[in-house]
Design a protein around this ligand. Sequence first.
Ligand SMILES: Nc1nc2c(c(=O)[nH]1)N[C@H]1C(S)=C(S)[C@@H](COP(=O)(O)O)O[C@H]1N2
Ligand SMILES: [Mo]
Length: 387
Amino acid sequence: MNPHDIQDSGRRQVLRGAGVLAAGAATVPGWILPALAQGETLVPFTDVPEAFQVRGKRPGATHYQDTRLIDSHITSNDDFYVVQHYGQPEVDNASYRLRVTGMVDRELEFSLDDLMQRTAVDLQAGFECGGNSPGLFNGLIGNANWRGCSLRSMLEEAGIQEGAKEVVFFGADVGMEEIREREVEKAFARSMSIADAMRPDNLLAYEMNGEALPIFHGKPLRLLVPGWYGVSNVKWLTQIHVQDTRYMGRFMGRDYVTLKRVMVGGEERWVENSVTAIQLKSAIVRVTELGGEYSVLGFVLNDGTPLQSVEVSVDGGPWQPAELSEENTQYSWKLFTFNWDNPAPGDHTIVSRVTDINGNIQPTMDEFPEKVSRWENYAQFPRTLTI
Ligand SMILES: Nc1nc2c(c(=O)[nH]1)N[C@H]1C(S)=C(S)[C@@H](COP(=O)(O)O)O[C@H]1N2
Ligand SMILES: [Mo]
């Protein structure tokens, strides 16, 4: 489903209070208060339309978070965003099998129990959908603790053969795809090079935040490619196939493909790339007030490269350092806070930017490469509010 087609309303339907918040009402609805420290209030953004609402999870529907409500480093399984392009398949744990096939020395098959017998690996990973955007206030996002087993050790056990080029990951969910007036049934699938598949941190996860992987998120098993956009993290994973050609299915070749204008060896060309590593990005999600002190909260996502700084600018003023949370890990989202001293009453614009240790700076919208697809929205995102 297209994340932009969603007109969700629901679980957070109390947040019809979005209207309440946006209107700058003095009373913040009581149900928000547990998320805030005693006496602390949420300062409403004026860029959030009254109609903006978030609804609970439904099979086959896209679910996004209300990022104004992010108040902890770990996203609960209820709040974690959901994207399901081909609906939500129900996989039976008892009969479930994961198969490793193709150009391997030994084809392998695992039951869920077999997978759980393997050395357990814990990974904290945050990610966003490649289609996440300011239009959803970046709600297609989450950060969780995952447990599973190593993809690399499984591929080593299978033995990748000479000449193999790609590993393809197939989900149990299927959809009809029309190509040249012919409808064919296709499983959701993504692929990557052997080198990318062999990165030691890739995880086959069967647990999310200490619970069995929820059906919304791929029960009983999903791939996690830390530092990559969500689309890589194939859910309801049933088959891992090694081959010597490129896999060119919808989610590698046609969808989640960014088309942008760049220089290619001195020639300006429109070039496509499949959505893979997360581009360096930060965004402000909430502002709170406590006893006249204003605090700004935001997140950073990237490919796991260490960060040099996160900074905040108020009303086009100088960049001021923000503080990164000590809970951040290499592949988690990285939350940051900024103490906004003595804002003057009135309308303000605040924006964040992140810089990594290689000196890459998050671009402004004006510096952004010209692109015609809506994937990879990592430009600086100015927010407006009234003090
Ligand atoms: N099998 C399968 N895996 C999938 C998808 C899907 O539709 N089917 N959607 C992908 C996309 S586009 C995203 S953004 C993430 C979302 O993961 P989540 O729903 O657990 O947040 O799952 C990815 N894995
Ligand atoms: Mo996605």
